[in-house]
Design a protein around this ligand. Structure first.
Ligand code: ZN
Ligand code: ZN
Ligand code: FE
Length: 754
């Protein structure tokens, strides 16, 4: 019973509050409950399809809505609060939490979140009933997106619904003052999921050099000892992954400090609840003997901290199972290679039956548990640039956070591109970009692509009215879009890259756009990837481009950068150097001949191919074993970008870098890498500034995979800002092709609503 008898009856009123945003599954209702009781208000709170609905009655209920805005549970995000005074009721005496109401959901499902400090303390507290239980979680942490089958988010719509809560769990779940009040996936050793192998058993196998497939939060991960070169080599060979870098997991920042250099901002990214893989510079003086095959030829290493209780239990076993919790803060010289179990470039394995089928030839041991994962979600990858963090792969921890477009748009499905595919669905003023799906070059990934679209549609209860796709007619995503029987909007690849930035920054006014990318089909059908555009009202006008290069043998030149280098040599009048520089390539003479006769040498303005060419000219990489290998190898040489003044020229429509390229022929690789990065950034900023002045538009969006190069991006952004250009990039989605779907949706929206 609450004291509702106010001194003055006239002071009592009742308000209804509608809260939208990330407010379900984050402990919002118990928070509301405690606040209402604190302020001696009666009423109720419930989850419904639109978010959270609250009614409170008593003296000064406005204090309640003010407090609600100011103090939120850790994972909650409020988009809007609407408050309305309503009629008093005289039939209630206390504040209660009511049952959820279904209907068409218009609310956000939270992303999966790394184990929180309170749960971590319980995990290693022998007195806790959750002691060493790998599936503990609470309202502030644990699985969400990967276990939710539908919305509203309630236990019976998660994959925990088959686990009947024991009395103790049920008591915590029902107690509004408990951290596990309505924690939908809550579970304990008595009633929850079970692991197939104990952590010490897993560690024994890792120590023996085994590759262990461990069912993680969003799918299976392949794990081995990062200091065991044979195990790492075996993993590469079995996973059929030649050279693409692996990520390394360690217990905490002090443990990572022995491997890599980190700023405070980077440490904050590492320990954030999203717990992404963060790309950091290798510490060249490190005494830790990591297998050299982890990130061959690169100056950076992808590292991450544990995100699930099971990761912590494995590291605890590696530490010799210390009893005091001190070990969590101390450096631990234990390092694990942790990589997605996606054999041969196929999608992440997340089903148990599938794991035994597809991972049997890769893993020596398969560690599983009896709770299903609804959808595959990889680890996310980010890097810190000078202007802020940049997401390279957006998945666990970030999906399904919505992007607020700042205006109502029709329901649009955008199907993305071909590589690093994601899809996007808009609803109201929000865009939902799927997790990283992968490259649509095998049937399994295409299947995952279709599943992702279905799941988004189910979650959002949306039937799209329009479908947006790339201009390339042969992309599987394009064909899928055109087969839906909906009005289609084809969006040029680089227009989509730039529109993705405009969407995130809610820019509808005319802006300039610079795209530096690998490949995208241009509006004229040729290969683009280094262009300046004017973007306005859903259109992109190509103003200028990098001087086109020839691609001997067409697409094959993207896999064989030495061919691009040969084309550059021919372009510089140095074709005589081709056979000698590429003596080890059996086709060197033939390619020189093709260039001379200009046979099968389509042109490209791609900046990615330019990086390939320079890398091969310097002898860094002649063949790309994975996308971007040459460019990453080149960037790894950079120590301090430098500028060779006057090594470029700009005319009406072209940026010509031939003098710069010519000067590199006689440089050592490190000086050449420094000069190339610095001069390219200087040339690009001069190019942009000229157009900015011509059009009197000083806002620029930048997009495309080349902006993942930190030296190019940091230098260019710095130059542009010095010259008064407001340069903007993606913040919440990747600059690479993972961001195309959002850009396609934004262009389609602008063309509809103007
Ligand atoms: Zn927790
Ligand atoms: Zn229990
Ligand atoms: Fe692209």
């Amino acid at each position: 019973m609450l004291p509702l008898q106010a001194a003055d009856e006239n002071l009592i009123c009742r308000i209804a509050i509608r809260v939208r945003g990330q407010v379900q599954g984050v402990g919002f209702r118990p928070h509301v409950f405690r606040l209402a009781r604190q302020l001696c208000l009666s009423g109720w709170v419930l989850n419904d399809a639109a978010g959270v609905h609250i009614e409170v009655q008593g003296e000064h209920p406005e204090r309640f809505s003010q407090a609600l805005r100011q103090d939120l549970p850790p994972l909650a995000k409020i988009n809007t609060i609407e408050v309305q005074e309503i009629a008093l009721r005289d039939d209630e005496r206390e504040f209660v939490i009511r049952h959820s109401v279904g209907g068409k959901p218009d609310t956000l499902l939270p992303a999966d979140t790394a184990v929180c400090p309170e749960c971590l303390a319980e995990l290693f507290d022998p007195a806790s009933r959750y002691y060493q239980y790998p599936f503990l979680n609470c309202t502030h942490c644990g699985p969400r997106y990967t276990v939710a089958k539908a919305l509203p988010y309630d236990r019976d719509r998660t994959t925990l619904s088959d686990f009947h809560m024991c009395p103790e769990c049920a008591k915590e779940y029902r107690d509004p003052c408990d951290r596990r009040f309505h924690a939908q996936p809550t579970a304990c050793p008595h009633c929850g999921p079970r692991l197939s192998h104990s952590p010490p058993e897993i560690v024994k196998r890792l120590r023996a050099g085994e590759i262990v497939a461990v069912k993680g939060l969003g799918g299976y991960q392949l794990i081995c000892d990062a200091t065991n070169a044979d195990a790492v080599a075996k993993l590469r060979q079995r996973k059929q992954r030649d050279a693409k870098p692996f990520a390394v997991m360690a217990l905490n920042a002090p443990s990572l400090a022995a491997l890599v250099r980190m700023s405070a901002v980077e440490v904050a990214l590492l320990i954030s609840p999203e717990r992404p893989i963060v790309l950091l510079h290798k510490d060249k003086s490190s005494t830790i003997a990591l297998a050299s095959e982890i990130a061959p030829g690169l100056d950076r290493l992808g590292v991450m901290l544990p995100s699930t209780p099971l990761h912590y239990l494995m590291l605890h076993a590696m530490a010799g199972q210390p009893e005091s919790s001190q070990w969590l803060q101390q450096g631990l010289p234990a390092y694990l290679v942790v990589t997605s179990a996606n054999p041969g470039g196929e999608p992440l394995v997340f089903g148990d039956e599938e794991a035994y089928r597809r991972l049997a030839n890769i893993a020596d041991t398969i560690v599983s548990y009896n709770r299903d994962i609804v959808a595959p979600v990889d680890d996310s990858v980010v890097q810190q640039l000078q202007h802020g963090p940049q997401i390279i792969r957006r998945a666990r921890g970030y999906v399904p956070q919505a992007i607020d477009l700042g205006r109502e748009v029709p329901s649009i499905l955008a199907v993305g591109g071909h590589l690093k595919n994601t899809v996007c669905l808009t609803k109201g003023h929000q865009a939902f970009v799927s997790q990283h799906i992968g490259s649509l070059d095998n049937p399994a990934t295409v299947h995952a692509f279709e599943d992702s679209i279905e799941r988004l549609r189910d979650f959002l209860h949306i039937d799209p009215e329009i479908v947006a796709h790339d201009l390339h007619p042969d992309f599987i995503s394009t064909r899928y879009a055109q087969g839906l029987g909906l009005p289609c909007v084809g969006v040029q690849h680089h227009h989509a890259h730039l529109a993705a930035v405009a969407a995130e920054h809610r820019l509808a006014e005319p802006v300039l756009g610079l795209s530096l990318d690998g490949y995208g089909m241009g509006a004229d059908g040729s290969a683009w990837g280094g262009e300046l555009f004017l973007l306005q009202a859903g259109t992109a006008t190509r103003l200028a481009h990098l001087r086109p290069m020839r691609q001997p043998g067409g697409e094959r030149a993207a896999r064989e950068p030495w061919r691009m280098a040969a084309a550059i040599l021919a372009d510089l009048g140095e074709q005589v150097q081709i056979p000698a520089r590429f003596a080890r390539q059996t086709q060197a003479v033939q390619i020189a001949g093709m260039l001379e006769r200009n046979l099968h040498c389509p042109s490209t303005s791609s900046c990615g191919r330019l990086f390939d060419a320079v890398a091969a000219l310097l002898g860094v990489v002649t063949h790309n074993r994975y996308e971007g290998e040459a460019a990453m190898g080149l960037q790894s040489l950079v120590t301090e970008p430098s500028v060779l003044p006057g090594s470029w020229s700009i005319d009406e429509s072209e940026l010509d870098l031939r003098p710069l390229l010519h000067s590199l022929l006689t440089c050592d690789p490190v000086s050449a890498a420094n000069r190339f990065h610095g001069s390219l950034a200087a040339a690009l900023s001069e190019w942009v500034v000229r157009h900015a002045e011509n059009f009197d538009i000083h806002k620029l969006v930048l997009g495309g995979g080349c902006f993942q190069n930190p030296y190019l991006t940091n230098t260019l952004m710095h130059n542009l800002r010095l010259q008064g250009v407001d340069a903007l990039m993606n913040q919440s989605i990747p600059v690479n092709d993972g961001g195309l779907s959002l850009g396609q949706a934004w262009v389609a929206a602008l063309r509809q609503v103007g």
